[in-house]
Design a protein around this ligand. Sequence first.
Ligand code: ZL4
Ligand code: CA
Ligand code: ZN
Length: 397
Amino acid sequence: TYGLEKPQGYSVSFHYNPHVEYHHFGSSHPMKPWRLTLTKQLVLAYGLEYTMQLYEPRPATKEELALFHDREYLDFLSGVTPQNAKPDDPAYLSFGFGGESNDCPVFDGLWNYVSIYSGASMHAADNLINNQSDIAINWSGGLHHAKKNLASGFCYINDIVLAIQHLLTRHQRVLYIDIDVHHGDGVEAAFESTDRVFTMSFHKFGIDRNGYPFFPGTGNINEMGPTDPANRGKGHSLNIPIDDGIDDEQYEWLFGTITDQVIAKYNPNAIVLQSGADSLGGDRLGRFNLNIKAHGSCVEKVKSYNRPLLLIGGGGYTPRNVARTWCHETAVCVGAQLHDDLPTHIPYIQAFQGAENGGGILYPNLHNTKRHDNLNSREHLQKLVEQALENLRYLEG
Ligand code: ZL4
Ligand code: CA
Ligand code: ZN
C-alpha cells in the first residue's frame, strides 16, 4: 500500500455501488456522477481499500424509499423516462421537474440512479446500527434538498433522511451536520417536529447583485426550526449563514467553536456528516475559498467526538477537487496520511495535472484560484458565533 502510516483503531466501512457512475444528468449539467469514478480511482490508487470493509450495496426498493417519500411521488419517479415525460403535465411540474430551471432533469436510468445512492446510505446506516463499523462512508449520497414529494436542487430522493430514520430505530438522538455550500433544507424540514434529530448547516447565504438569492434561499441565523412552543422540534435546527470567500482559518474556527458546543449541549448518540465538496475554493457553483485540508479538518473534528458516524457526499462541481477531497477524508477516517504526490500508475491521471498551482497534486492550493473576495469580516463572524451560541441556549430548556 502506498502512503499509509499508523492506522488507528477505527473500523471503517465503504459503501459503494459502481453502477451509480454511469448516469448522466445531461451535457453541461453541473452534477456529474463520474466524479465518483475519479474518487474511487484515487482511493484505490492509495491502497485505502485494504484499510476498510468494502461493500457493494443493492439498490433500495420502492418500499424502503416509501419510509419517507410519498407513494404518488415514487410512482411518478419510477415511471418517468425522457421518452414519456410530458413537460406541461401538472404532476411533472408539481413534483419539481421541468419548469425553466432544469435543475432536476429526467434522464435515462433516473430511478436506478436514485435507488442506488439511497440503498448505499441505508446500508451504511445499517452497518452502524449493527456495530459492524464505527464510521460508514457513502460518497454517492448526501442529496439534502429532496422533499417527501418534491425533487429539488439536483436531489430526487433524500437518502440522508432515510438513513437518519434508520439510525433512530437504535439511537435516541442523532446530530446532522452539513458542510455543503448549500443549505441542507430538505433534512431540516423532514425532522422539524422531533427533538430526536438536531440539524445544523453551514452555507453561503445572501442575495447576489442581480437580486437572486443563493440557492435555496433559506437558512438565515434566526431560522431555528418551528416556532410553536408545543412543537418538540422547536430550537432543534441551527443555521450558519456565511458570505463569499471564507478562508480556511475562519471556517475551521467557526466550525470547531460551534460544533463543540452543539456536542456538549445535545450529546448525540450518532452523527451524520454531509461533506459536500462544493464549499472548496474553485468550485464551479460554490463561493468559498477552502482548501482540501481545511474541509477535511471538519471530518477530523467530527471523528474526534467518537460517536457512530455516517459520512456522506453531496455537492461538488469541480470533479478533480471532489475526488481529492473525498479521498483525503477517507484517509482521515482510517487514520492514514497520504503523500501529496499521486501514485503515477492511476488511470485518469491527466485529470489531476494542471489547472491548480502551488502545492502538490493531491493537495493543491485552491485558495490561489481566488475566485471570490472574502466578504466575511472578523467582527461579523464573531457576532455570528455569539448568535449561534445564543440560539443553543434553547437546548438548556
Ligand atoms: C444547471 O448548465 O439556483 C442545470 C443548473 C442544467 C444545463 C443547461 C440548462 C440551462 C447551473 C445550474 C438552464 C440552466 C438554468 N444546465 C439554471 C434558480 C435557478 C433556476 C435554474 O450541492 N437555473 C435555481 C441548484 C441551483 C438555482 C443548486 C445544489 C445541490 C447541492 C446538493 C443545487 N438552482 C437558477 C439556475 C446547466 C446548469 C447550470 C445551477 N442550479 C446552479 N445552481 C443551481 O446542494 C447536491
Ligand atoms: Ca450546508
Ligand atoms: Zn451544494
